[in-house]
Design a protein around this ligand. Structure first.
Ligand SMILES: CCCCCCCC/C=C\CCCCCCCC(=O)SCCNC(=O)CCNC(=O)[C@H](O)C(C)(C)COP(=O)(O)OP(=O)(O)OC[C@H]1O[C@@H](n2cnc3c(N)ncnc32)[C@H](O)[C@@H]1OP(=O)(O)O
Length: 260
């Protein structure tokens, strides 16, 4: 009991300290809903999502970044990772290193754990919850992927290696697993561009099966924004781009006004 109180107090202190500077409370008040229930649901969700997106001045532990190479990555996966990673930093004529057009996005098994106060909040709030795509311990068995964003071109690309636990038709990737990676990549894209957003619609055409264990590219492009609506299209292709596996369009709804 005492331990729980301590968690709550520490979490609240860290949360308040951070949020006072980022204006979260203003957002919660702004989105107050007349029916009450919706206000509660949305403001709670917004708080959690905003915490996960905020800077982490008091965070002590280092999160494991699942988007970094591990021993299960095939040579093709590593090659494509390097191809995009090298473009995240460029050298000027004077030899200085500056940020390139691409950014590698980190990926954790629970964003909440690594936000300010999140270590404590995550123990209180569904402690066993984990991000769907990052919940298989064995490396290479499930979703191995890394997402790069190109802000200028409003695109993201994900290098995805599908593990043996994602089988659908024998030897091939399950359609639900393909939908999952598409939702995750386009959702990450929408969130990075506009702040926390949720999938309202996802329409998928499966064009050709993806062999299990192969490496594919998931391309996400931001088509347009209308108010809170973010329209994204997505293609899954073979790693050399010659074969189209899947096409999708997605609609995300931004949860609140602030853009990150
Ligand atoms: C340095 C960077 C670090 C990296 C950062 C990375 C961060 C990434 C973090 C982690 C990565 C993981 C990423 C995973 C992503 C996965 C995402 C999911 O799977 S989300 C789960 C599935 N989705 C749901 O459960 C939603 C359920 N639906 C709802 O909650 C609501 O319907 C919601 C929020 C979508 C909309 O509800 P309302 O009340 O806020 O808004 P209303 O008024 O209904 O709609 C707003 C507008 O959108 C249209 N709209 C809504 N739904 C529509 C639909 N299905 N089709 C068409 N239009 C729709 C409406 O007609 C309206 O349009 P008009 O403004 O009037 O023009």
């Amino acid at each position: 009991m005492l331990r729980h109180r301590l968690y709550i107090t520490r979490a609240l202190c860290q949360f308040m300290a951070c949020k006072l500077s980022t204006g979260l409370f203003r957002n919660i008040l702004k989105t107050k809903h007349p029916t009450g229930d919706m206000w509660y649901t949305r403001s709670c969700l917004q708080s959690i999502l905003a915490v996960t997106m905020a800077p982490r001045p008091f965070s002590s532990s280092q999160p494991r970044d699942y988007s970094l190479p591990n021993t299960s990555w095939s040579s093709e996966m590593l090659r494509l990772y390097e191809h995009y990673n090298i473009m995240c930093e460029v050298e000027t004529e004077r030899g200085d290193k500056i940020k390139g057009q691409w950014t590698r996005l980190p990926s954790y098994n629970r964003f909440l754990k690594y936000a300010p106060g999140g270590q404590y909040l995550s123990k209180l709030l569904l402690a066993k919850a984990r991000l769907f795509t990052r919940n298989i311990e064995e490396q290479g068995a499930g979703f191995e992927y890394v997402v790069f964003e190109n802000k200028q071109e409003k695109t993201c690309v994900c290098v995805f290696q599908a593990g043996h636990l994602l089988e659908g038709p024998p030897g091939h990737v399950h359609g639900g697993a393909i939908a999952t990676i598409i939702d995750s990549v386009t959702g990450t894209h929408a969130t990075c561009h506009s702040g926390p957003a949720m999938t309202a619609n996802l329409t998928i055409n499966y064009r050709s099966p993806i062999p299990l264990g192969s490496v594919v590219l998931v391309h996400s492009s931001l088509d347009k924004i209308e108010g809170r609506k973010i329209f994204i299209s997505c293609q899954v292709t073979s790693s050399d781009g010659s074969k189209l596996h899947t096409e999708a369009t997605a609609l995300f709804i931004r949860l609140f006004e602030t853009t990150y």
